[in-house]
Design a protein around this ligand. Structure first.
Ligand code: SF4
Length: 100
């Protein structure tokens, strides 16, 4: 006997909806602001994004060229700041870093 079993068609799992969560590293930075009151001159931002930040005569970080480094490097610099003195905004003015 050659009973053929009919395999019930396995329903295909639905593709989960792709999340449209903005990825920090790929967001375009619209504006970089250093809060001089918070900056302690630790210079880790400069170590990570030397073309974007520099220390001024008061040992405070300033933005010398907002397009000096890649978005990833600027974000890494902001994250590295021990006092969260670096504020990053996207093109629409929404704060990217530090997280609210
Ligand atoms: S890492 Fe932060 S505290 Fe250090 S120089 Fe840069 S902005 Fe200032």
């Amino acid at each position: 006997m050659d009973d053929q079993q009919t395999n019930p068609t396995t329903p295909q799992p639905e593709t989960p909806p792709t999340s449209e969560q903005p990825n920090k590293a790929t967001q375009k930075i619209g504006k970089i602001v250093v809060d001089r009151e918070l900056c302690i001159g630790a210079a880790s931002c400069i170590a990570l994004a030397a073309s974007t930040f520099e220390l001024d005569s008061e040992n405070k970080a300033v933005v010398k060229n907002p397009q000096g480094d890649s978005t990833e490097d600027v974000l890494a610099a902001a994250v590295s700041c021990p006092t969260n003195a670096i504020f990053l905004y996207d093109q629409e003015g929404n704060q990217i870093h530090p997280p609210k």
